[in-house]
Write a protein that binds this ligand. Structure first.
Ligand SMILES: Cc1ncc(COP(=O)(O)O)c(C=O)c1O
Length: 452
């Protein structure tokens, strides 16, 4: 018996191949058959689909480039890798090999950095939740504790008194940088004098050493001027600290937040055309730091906790088409095997999605859904793509930041992650999860255990 071929009901669509629109030429670019010289098909055959891929070469390039850009504008620069952006051990290790410290926001992240061999001294401990045991550990290990609120400051004072310890601390400062709504839920406010009050409290305590000032003004920031303002406000605080207490702080930490090359969902033009370059952010920050007016030998280090702008474009997610279908209004829909549980940033970004094999020139607007049996599983409301059939693959770009930390097992498990090494070899850096792994920590009360 001969089996029937797969059939899709024909539809009539206008053909816009190569047609110019007001942004440029046709929205479809060449297929992406390889990543860093490695064939996508080979990767999927070996490691399965969906599959996260990270480029070691790209991470190193990005980090070196950013360091060079800042270092040519300000003499003392230190990067601290923002763990929450991507804390896979292999990824952190590449950043650490590139001389980045660790910037952590929880005890779990702190322990992760220590387990990777980072000395307490090279860990910046941020965040509003630092429990007592974490604080004791961090103080003893001389990490740089960035105090978020007065209750944390009082905890540290108490710990130092009772344990006879001395802590190295900085404060996180929030401020008006002309971008609204203001980010004022973390740290002490600059304009209303709260930050200065915290500073006075710290310098009057013999067990506390004020070593730095920190701010993180927001995320996916498009304004370089906001960074100039932030740098100049922290610089003027540093100057007041010097003038009033004769303390020269070790560093000014401008946090992260530079926009990456991903385009936001509501953004009309592609990010490539709208976001400032790292050079522009660096220009703004270094000009804000002029406010310091310190002697050369007194200049504090400039610390940067850049996350997404360094790692977003190092990550790829390869996914396979599970099915084609038509919605009730005739619109085309694709179902792929990567859902929003592993592509969390799909809620914010219009990722670049490219077929991984040759396809025809005919394109059609389609919605892309993930495999989850949930209405929210929309990878993309609308995208123009060539026609793809079941089994074809797509590459979703710029997924190096926040996806591999905010992902969750939900209906489907988290897939393999590989790193393409600088020498072209491919290493598995996180194994796909299994039922056994997921249920390992579950317990069934005795009376619920089935006897059948
Ligand atoms: C304190 C702090 N530093 C650095 C970062 C990294 O930010 P981004 O990935 O936007 O550069 C964050 C992220 O929210 C943060 O909260």
């Amino acid at each position: 018996m001969t089996s029937k071929k797969r059939y899709e009901r024909p539809v009539v669509t206008k053909h816009y191949s190569g047609f110019m629109n007001k942004i440029g030429t046709s929205s479809f670019s060449k297929p992406m058959k390889e990543i860093d010289g490695v064939q996508v098909t080979e990767l999927v055959e070996k490691f399965g689909s969906p599959l996260f891929i990270i480029s070691e070469r790209r991470i190193r390039q990005n980090q070196r480039n950013a360091y060079r850009i800042f270092k040519t504008r300000y003499p003392k620069v230190q990067f601290a890798w923002s763990y929450k952006t991507n804390y896979l051990n292999a990824v952190c290790s590449v950043f650490h090999q590139e001389n980045s410290w660790a910037e952590v926001v929880s005890e779990f992240e702190y322990d992760k950095a220590r387990a990777l061999g980072i000395k307490g001294d090279n860990i910046i401990f941020n965040g509003p939740d630092k429990n007592k045991s974490a604080l004791i550990k961090a103080i003893k290990e001389k990490s740089k504790i960035h105090i978020d609120h007065f209750d944390e400051l009082y905890d540290i004072i108490e710990i130092c008194d009772s344990e006879n310890l001395r802590a190295k601390v900085a404060i996180r400062v929030n401020m008006d940088v002309g971008v609204y709504p203001k980010w004022d839920r973390f740290g002490f406010n600059y304009e209303n004098g709260e930050a200065w009050q915290a500073i006075k409290r710290i310098v009057s305590n013999k067990n506390l050493e004020l070593i730095g000032l920190h701010t993180h003004i927001g995320t996916y920031m498009m304004s370089t001027e906001a960074y100039r303002i932030a740098a100049s406000k922290l610089a003027s605080l540093a100057r007041s600290i010097k003038e009033q207490f004769e303390i020269i702080i070790e560093y000014i930490d401008l946090g992260g937040g530079f926009a990456s090359h991903n385009t936001l969902l509501g953004q009309y033009l592609p990010a490539e055309e709208t976001i400032p370059s790292i050079d522009q952010f660096a220009d703004a920050i270094s000009s804000g730091l002029f406010e310091l007016n310190f002697r050369q030998d007194e200049l504090p280090f400039l610390i940067l906790e850049t996350g997404r702008a360094l790692v977003d474009d190092t990550g790829y997610l390869v996914s396979t088409v599970l099915a084609n279908k038509r919605l009730s209004d005739g619109k085309k829909a694709l179902i792929i095997d990567a859902g929003v549980n592993i592509l969390f940033t799909g809620f914010w970004y219009k990722h670049k999605i490219t077929p991984a094999q040759d396809c025809g020139l005919h394109t059609e607007e389609a919605a892309i859904f993930g495999p989850l049996c949930m209405n929210i599983d929309v990878v993309r409301e609308s995208i123009t793509l060539p026609l793809l059939k079941k089994g074809d693959r797509v590459v979703i770009e710029y997924v190096g930041a926040y996806d591999m930390t905010q992902w969750m097992q939900f209906i489907t498990l988290r897939p393999n992650v590989v790193m393409i090494m600088e020498d072209g070899s491919v290493e598995l850096i996180r194994q796909a999860e299994t039922l056994e792994y997921i249920t390992q920590r579950e317990l069934i009360p005795e009376k619920l255990k089935s006897k059948s």
